[in-house]
Write a protein that binds this ligand. Structure first.
Ligand code: ADP
Length: 184
């Protein structure tokens, strides 16, 4: 099963992804986590993307699509994955569709976590993970990039009728129950 977890920065994608991978026994594919690990390990990819992440800008579509295509070669993804942070642009969504078609697979569900903007800023500022992009400036930029580049991805999947809109306000368990219900 391929599940896309979608939503603005701070919507709780990472948290819900962790619960979903346990529930459905499929791996988590977070492009943000892959980039942060690459930066920490100072790999060539990490060196290339560090300044981009710090500024809250998007890594180029080509880099992201190549990365996901390569990652999906791993047989641990044979039964699908929970995609978190990808696709983040319409170009990525189109490339992802083509990639899945080539594998004889498809997106099974698109979960959109809906959280109002004031709440997002509050959450990111209070999560205190020490992420170098969690500055006020970084957050503002990520939200702007989200509106301009990423929100159209929602419209793209809506035309395909795959979108499940989930109220992202509540306790972690409440939100997870809503997701499970939407998937059942
Ligand atoms: P959040 O959505 O909470 O800000 P993520 O962990 O999903 O955090 O992403 C962090 C950063 O990694 C983004 O701001 C961006 O720079 C980069 N990134 C992650 N996924 C993508 C993607 N699919 N396309 C382009 N850049 C990405």
């Amino acid at each position: 099963m391929n599940i896309i977890l979608f939503g603005p920065p701070g919507a709780g994608k990472g948290t819900q992804a962790e619960l979903l991978i346990k529930e459905y026994s499929i791996p988590h594919l977070s492009t943000g986590n892959i980039f942060r690990a690459a930066i920490k390990n100072e790999t060539p990819l990490g060196v290339k993307v560090k300044a981009i992440l710090d500024a809250g800008e998007l890594v180029s579509d080509q880099t992201v699509v190549d990365l996901v295509a390569e990652e999906l070669e791993d047989e641990k993804y044979a039964n699908g994955a929970v995609f978190d942070g990808f696709p983040r642009t319409v170009v990525q969504a189109e490339a992802f569709d083509a990639l899945l078609v080539k594998k004889g697979s498809q997106v099974d569900a698109f979960i959109s976590l809906e959280v109002p903007e004031e709440e997002l800023i509050k959450r990111i500022l209070s999560r205190g993970q020490g992420r170098t992009d969690d500055t006020e400036e970084g957050i503002k930029n990520r939200l702007e990039v989200y509106h301009n580049e990423t929100a159209p991805v929602l419209a793209y999947y809506k035309t395909k009728g795959q979108v499940k809109e989930i109220d992202g306000i509540g306790t972690i368990d409440e939100i997870f129950s809503r997701i499970k219900e939407a998937l059942s």
